[in-house]
Design a protein around this ligand. Structure first.
Ligand code: FAD
Ligand code: DLZ
Ligand code: SF4
Length: 513
């Protein structure tokens, strides 16, 4: 009996649930390049190229294994450019007994699957690449209003027996964060990073992307992402050997001209299936046991994957579709044009948008405390800043982008993900980076034309949202400071903020630049 097995672009692993019982003699694997997926938000050119090239390489690997693959290319004249359209056409071509697919990463595709009427049964299987199944998150974190991330993380560590010694945590602590978060010493040079030269398949895809999506945001070349599992494993090895030992120390640091620091750069691979979370955690744990990396680095790294990554996915599936609709702080401002153009006198924003444009990548603190913090402080409409984050990063899929932006950055979920907004003034950016040294503004100046905009925008944000945020016990300290502030200083903060915001161009709605 013939089964048609649809593999989506973020499901590029041979160990996928939808391939587990594949019968090479009868079954057909379907993979489709569809413009709808590149355009539902205007994805960064490198993101589209990365995924299409990884899909084509994965199809080549399956063919080499003797598996029948029906691969529809983007420039196929008969391509309907949607998952439903291509699956319907493939069912007509192959007349399968059934269709098998692994559950998708995004709600909109999940909804699409519920509406499929293909004339044969459709088996939608769980995605077992994650540590925590979609259905068990709510039960695991139920009845916990605070500390849900920490609870889930410890539970996942116990269950997977990662960094455990007998029944307790390796090193005697679950969390080594207090040892992390150093700023980079003056003159310190992080290691050069392994990049991968495009092969013939990638070159073909780069031309395709330049032709069809040349007007999208971001540089297409130089392109250095791994597009095969073998190269993704090489990238992981390079990280473990050269970067993991210092990952914890400099996890939150930012430095002009150093876009990548000690970060792993593996999120695009984890999210599309080239790497599996379990193997990455196991590899990091081995580095600790062999003495190659200290516990603060290894625990800090594993917590990002076993803790945060699982937690945001759990929130997404527990709360969608309503999650995306909330707007706790009633933020309505249009996205400033500088997010797309990178043109601004704020050096920190210029750097973080610059790395985004060059690499389809920025590290966590750049996303959270610079571009995210700015959007929070000026009250950008959540849907607009969410679309930007979903479009510009090679690792962005809604299940992981939305909770990070809607919840962690914008506090639009009223605290479902984090108990308070990560609002910060210029002092934080000055402490964790060297950005302020090259800036037109001064982080030590609070008001007036030389003042760092983050300084007055921070207090303006607290003033504007006092009704909603001041009752939050975790916001008690800044609101106490605000209540002791002289009225004329508050008035000046409001004036400086209004003048700054009035001069901030908004986006005209097209991606052409
Ligand atoms: P490292 O710093 O080396 O961390 C290791 C791994 O931990 C990452 O590869 C990632 O898989 C995981 N991780 C770390 N933090 C998080 C987190 N908060 N949520 C989920 N996984 C995490 N991550 C995405 O994968 N896709 C996104 O679309 C995305 N959007 C984000 C938007 C905002 C506003 C913020 C604040 C964070 C976002 N993140 C997203 C999380 C994080 O910034 C990226 O995973 C990380 O920067 C990827 O780089 P890296 O692989 O070098 O990570
Ligand atoms: C992001 C993306 C892009 C740009 N193109 C494709 C594609 O042509 N074919 C495909 O199968 N998947 C693509 N994807 C990834 C999908 O958007 C992703 O699989 C769904 O959003 C489910 O998470
Ligand atoms: Fe950013 Fe303010 Fe520092 Fe300039 S002074 S780099 S705007 S934090």
């Amino acid at each position: 009996m013939k089964t048609l097995r649809l593999i989506l672009g973020d499901q590029l692993t041979r160990n996928l649930s939808s391939l587990s019982d594949l019968d090479p003699a009868h079954d057909v694997v379907l993979m489709v390049e569809v413009a709808a997926e590149a355009r539902y938000v205007p994805h960064h050119k490198q993101k589209i190229a990365f995924l299409l090239s990884a899909m084509r390489h994965f199809a080549q690997d399956l063919l080499a294994e003797g598996i029948q693959v029906d691969y529809v290319k983007l420039d196929d004249p008969a391509n309907s450019h949607s998952f439903t359209g291509e699956l319907t056409r493939a069912v007509a071509r192959h007349r399968p007994h059934s269709v098998v697919v692994t559950e998708p990463g995004e709600w909109r595709i999940w909804q699409m699957m519920q509406d499929w009427d293909l004339g044969c049964p459709v088996d939608i299987r769980p995605d077992d690449r994650f540590f925590c199944a979609r259905g068990e998150f709510a039960a695991l974190t139920h009845a916990r209003k605070t500390g849900r991330l920490e609870f889930l993380y410890r539970e996942m560590r116990r269950r997977a027996r990662i960094l455990m010694r007998d029944d307790g945590p390796e090193g005697g602590q679950w969390n080594f964060d207090p040892e992390n978060r150093k700023s980079l010493p003056r003159g310190h040079r992080p290691p050069a990073r392994t990049r991968f030269a495009p092969d013939a398949t990638t070159h073909e895809v780069l031309t395709l992307v330049a032709t069809h999506f040349g007007h999208h945001f971001g540089d297409l070349e130089p392109f250095g992402w791994a597009v095969t599992r073998a190269d993704a494993l090489r990238a992981l090895d390079h990280f473990i050997t050269d970067c993991l030992p210092s990952f914890g120390d400099y996890q939150d640091a930012m430095k002009t001209g150093e876009d990548l620091l000690y970060h792993s750069l593996i999120s695009p691979y984890l999210n599309c299936g080239l790497l599996i979370p379990r193997e990455v955690c196991a590899r990091a744990e081995r580095a600790f046991h062999s003495g190659a990396a200290p516990i603060n680095a290894v625990e800090g790294f594993i917590r990002q994957i076993l803790g945060w990554r699982e937690f945001v996915r759990g929130i997404y599936w527990a709360e969608m579709p309503g999650y995306a609709q909330t707007n706790y702080l009633n933020a309505t401002r249009d996205l400033p044009a500088l997010y797309w153009t990178g043109q601004t006198l704020m050096h920190c924003m210029e750097e973080c948008i610059g790395t985004t444009r060059r690499h389809a990548y920025a590290h966590h603190i750049q996303r959270l405390m610079v571009t995210g913090n700015f959007a929070l402080l000026i009250g950008v409409a959540p849907a607009q800043i969410e679309e930007w984050y979903l479009a510009v990063y090679a690792d962005a899929y809604e299940w992981v982008e939305l909770p990070n932006v809607h919840g962690m950055v914008m506090h639009a979920d009223g605290g479902r993900l984090g108990s308070k907004p990560y609002a910060a003034s210029g002092a934080y950016i000055d402490r964790m980076s060297d950005y302020c040294k090259g800036c037109a503004y001064d982080p030590k100046v609070k008001l007036g034309p030389k003042a760092c905009p983050f300084n007055y925008l921070y207090w303006n944000f607290l003033i504007q949202n006092a009704g909603t945020l001041s009752p939050n016990p975790r916001m008690a300290l800044p609101y106490r400071t605000l209540s002791n502030m002289p009225p004329d200083q508050k008035a000046e903060i409001s004036r400086s903020s209004a003048a700054f915001l009035a001069a901030l161009p908004t986006w005209n709605g097209t991606q052409d630049q």
